[in-house]
Write a protein that binds this ligand. Structure first.
Ligand SMILES: [Zn+2]
Length: 65
């Protein structure tokens, strides 16, 4: 197994999630790449933000700050 490729993929996905959160927090419309429904920012618990599409195929929990 190629761990360097795996780590790279995780880093990419983390950067992608961060970018998604930034766009949503600026009020931009972002659609889910899987179902093409709008992804909405949900504030779940203090210090965290959840980006979720209608169908739930995109469900990202991110720590703020
Ligand atoms: Zn979706």
């Amino acid at each position: 197994m190629d761990f360097s490729a795996l780590n790279k993929k995780q880093a990419d996905s983390f950067a992608q999630q961060k970018r998604l959160l930034q766009q949503l927090s600026k009020g931009k419309t972002v659609v889910c790449p899987t179902c093409n429904k709008e992804i909405k920012l949900v504030l779940s618990e203090p210090g965290y933000a959840r980006a979720q599409c209608q169908k739930g195929c995109t469900d990202v929990l991110l720590q703020l700050g």
